[in-house]
Design a protein around this ligand. Structure first.
Ligand SMILES: [Mn+2]
Length: 313
């Protein structure tokens, strides 16, 4: 039996073409590998009331997948919940038979050996902006299900394996959702006779450039990008963080930055004010994150450059 596994699709209008592209990659991979079942470990939608375009995207994806797999199994995630009786995937109720779809509110064990939940497990390394809720050690869950061989947890966006025996897999999100994920590679997983394969997904690049106005130096993605040209951010999701003293920041002409990166897919500018603090012993620089970005955001709005998505958990 072959299972195709993913989680945290977070389909949203903001980047609908990216969502569509990555879903097509998943469909093409499924076409090649012919899984029997498709398991989604929660958070298909980003908003609890998805738009018509997002609904259409999900229906198209399920239609394509239902032509390949025998079953589609969905565990509802926190982003899919509305209340105990409603969830963002309610529109699928009428089409369950067409898509051979099973939707579960609570943790479920599939074929007596695969446990699927959407939950924060305390051992997982979190992405920079993952939101922690209701954290439990996976060990306490394993104890309750001694016959289960594979545990799958959606919710945390950073893909990782916490244990090999039993297998404890966090598939992660299928696309870089926010800047905390800018260094992540994303995957779709295929489980075939207890062997796990991961297939890389191609995602839009995401860069954060940290400018220090004091010493005129900059870091790209925390120094993980070595040789960098400004054209590298073409079509990328970009955040520029300007770090300097208040006077420097107020004097700055953001139009130059906006112009320099005008080919970015989206641009967000943030500021970090460096405050020189004196105490009785010595002088030191204390960095305080203070967002005066609203000024810039207003400016970006007036230039219609504010199409960047909101960060969310
Ligand atoms: Mn979640």
């Amino acid at each position: 039996m072959k299972y195709l596994i993913n989680a945290d699709l977070h389909l949203d209008d903001n980047r609908i073409e990216d969502s569509e592209d990555v879903l097509h990659q998943i469909e093409a991979f499924a076409e090649r590998t012919k899984p029997d079942k498709y398991i989604i470990a929660g958070d298909i939608t980003n908003k609890r009331v998805p738009s018509k375009r997002v609904i259409r995207l999900i229906i198209n994806h399920f239609y394509a997948m239902s032509r390949i797999v025998r079953n589609i199994i969905v565990k509802i995630g926190n982003h899919d919940w509305i209340d105990d009786n409603n969830y963002s995937l309610d529109f699928l109720k009428e089409t369950r038979n067409i898509y051979k779809l099973a939707v579960f509110k609570y943790p479920v064990v599939i074929d007596k050996y695969i446990y699927v939940d959407h939950k924060h497990v305390s051992e997982a390394a979190m992405g920079a902006s993952d939101y922690m809720f209701d954290s439990t050690s996976y060990k306490t869950i394993i104890e309750k299900y001694p016959y289960v061989k594979i545990f799958i947890f959606g919710h945390i966006h950073k893909p990782q394996i916490l244990s090999y025996k039993p297998l404890v897999l966090i598939p992660g999100s299928i696309d870089r959702i926010d800047f905390g994920e800018r260094l992540d590679k994303k995957y779709i997983y295929l489980l075939n006779n207890f062997k796990l394969y991961k297939h890389s997904l191609k995602n839009r690049s995401m860069y954060q450039i940290d400018f220090n106005l004091n010493d005129k130096t900059y870091l790209v993605n925390d120094g993980n990008v070595k040789s960098f040209k400004s054209s590298d951010v073409n079509d990328a999701i970009l955040k520029v963080v300007l770090r300097g003293k208040k006077e420097q920041l107020y004097k700055l002409d953001t139009r130059k930055i906006i112009d320099k990166f005008k080919n970015a897919y989206s641009l967000k500018i943030e500021t970090d004010i460096l405050i020189e603090k004196t105490d009785s012993q010595k002088k030191k620089l204390l960095m305080i994150k203070q967002d005066i970005g609203s000024l810039f955001n207003e400016y970006l709005k007036s230039k219609k450059l504010d199409e960047d998505r909101e960060d969310f958990c």
